[in-house]
Design a protein around this ligand. Structure first.
Ligand SMILES: Cc1cc2nc3c(=O)[nH]c(=O)nc-3n(C[C@H](O)[C@H](O)[C@H](O)COP(=O)(O)OP(=O)(O)OC[C@H]3O[C@@H](n4cnc5c(N)ncnc54)[C@H](O)[C@@H]3O)c2cc1C
Length: 394
């Protein structure tokens, strides 16, 4: 179908990504889900294809392509139907390394961004803690400067790529109220990782990580000390947009699965596809999915034009994650008992989508941000690269 956003080159790229995932990922879905992780070799294979440096400059091994290549990549990632895998990859490319690219020193880019783009090092992002998830300003992990090192103490939880990741972009308190972002090697002495058991996203590796007097060179600080909270607030927009970019094709894939099933399954001598209640439910879902798709594309367009999209990204994350949940719930119903069986992919989808309204900023927090912008007139200004004192201006 023609699109105002995607060129022929984007479509060719889509074909190549799809073929890659069909060959390298789809046949392994059950195995990786059972093993509760994906092999590191898949990162290297993606690195060789240039899929892990889509947003990054050629100087560090990236492809330097426009953001629509990332949108294509994320859409095809979501269509694999393996949300745990999609999470691992998107956290690596769009969350852990993004801060290093935006504000990290040349050395940090050489030591972490470049190998991450090659798929040789896997990155994690450490914000959430046992006592503070939504409330990022109240994290307790501390980094104390001692000579040429920071000494880090504290713990993080729910960290994707936390067990087998090679490094973590870590949010730490560096003053009473100031947060800084510091890159920490996950094999450093004093780091302990515990893998967590989850309801879904089984193929993604999620960990609780504790830091006990972990020494990190001061050169591993990203950008300016005590600016981390503002860096996080800004880059969370990309994280939320990425989540929305994946939620829409995910919901579409759920409906596609269901359409196939209702044509095959017969009750009372007719295929399920003949029952109006089912037809109309799917028609409504498809209408909402199309609406969501256009909203996400428009937000991507604004994002690529450098607009302040805090409100739009929050709306996109809120709407698409809620829609993905609704879609999985309604579609599973039409599979009857089979929808509850592990042999049917809809069963995994139902488990996997649940976390969408929680991780990366919950629906309640998205509503709060939207209300702050629209009701209170708060303007969340971008801070990266301009050295300006960041603030939410009323
Ligand atoms: C599978 C998984 C992977 C994750 N990966 C990562 C990762 O890689 N890195 C990372 O840093 N974090 C990660 N997270 C953490 C995730 O971002 C947090 O779970 C999320 O931000 C919510 O924080 P919390 O769990 O502490 O819930 P809380 O902050 O304790 O919130 C609990 C409930 O209260 C609601 N609530 C909180 N404050 C308000 C308020 N002011 N008004 C109304 N309602 C409110 C919330 O919406 C939620 O429903 C992951 C989580 C999961 C489950």
């Amino acid at each position: 179908m023609k699109s105002q956003y995607f060129t022929e080159d984007h479509q060719l790229f889509r074909e190549s990504v799809r073929q890659f995932f069909d060959k390298e990922v789809v046949p392994n879905i059950d195995k990786w889900e059972e093993e509760r992780q994906i092999p590191k070799s898949i990162f290297q294979k993606m690195g060789e294809q240039g899929y892990l440096g889509l947003m990054y400059p050629e100087e560090f091994g990236g492809t330097g392509t426009d953001f629509w290549y990332s949108v294509v990549f994320l859409e095809e990632l979501a269509k694999t139907g393996l949300a745990g895998f999609s999470t691992a990859v998107s956290v690596h490319q769009y969350m852990a390394t993004n801060h290093i690219y935006k504000a990290g020193s040349y050395e940090l880019k050489k030591n972490y961004l470049e190998p991450a783009i090659k798929g040789e090092k896997v990155g994690a992002l450490g914000i959430s803690e046992p006592v503070a998830g939504s409330d990022v300003a109240n994290i307790l992990t501390r980094a104390e400067k001692q000579g040429d090192y920071y000494v880090i103490n504290g713990s993080k939880t729910f960290i994707s790529n936390g067990t087998y990741g090679d490094f973590i972009t870590l949010a730490c308190k560096t003053s009473q109220h100031g947060i800084s972002l510091i890159v920490v090697d996950l094999d450093s002495p004093g780091v302990t990782k515990t893998k967590l058991k989850k309801m879904g996203w089984h193929s993604s590796d999620t960990a609780e990580i504790s830091f006990d007097n972990v020494k990190v060179p001061v050169g591993n600080l990203i950008g300016q000390e005590n600016m981390g909270f503002y860096y996080l607030m800004e880059s969370l927009q990309l994280e939320r947009l990425v989540a929305a970019c994946m939620a829409v094709p995910g919901a579409q894939a759920t409906v596609d699965l269901t359409v196939k099933y209702i044509h095959e399954r017969q009750t009372f001598g007719r295929p399920l596809a003949k029952y109006q209640v089912i037809r109309h439910t799917l028609a409504d879902l498809l209408t909402e999915i199309e609406m969501a798709r256009q909203m996400v594309y428009n937000t991507c367009w604004l994002f690529t034009h450098g607009e302040n999209v805090v409100k739009e990204c929050s709306m996109a994350k809120l709407y698409t994650s809620e829609l993905a949940n609704k879609t999985a719930d309604k579609c599973l119903q039409f599979f009857g008992g089979y929808g509850y069986m592990e042999d049917f992919p809809i069963c995994r989808t139902y488990r996997d989508v649940r976390v969408g309204t929680i991780a990366g900023g919950s629906s309640e927090i998205m509503r709060e941000i939207i209300a702050k912008v629209t009701l209170d007139g708060v303007n969340f200004n971008p801070v990266y690269n301009n050295g300006a004192k960041a603030k939410a201006e009323v």
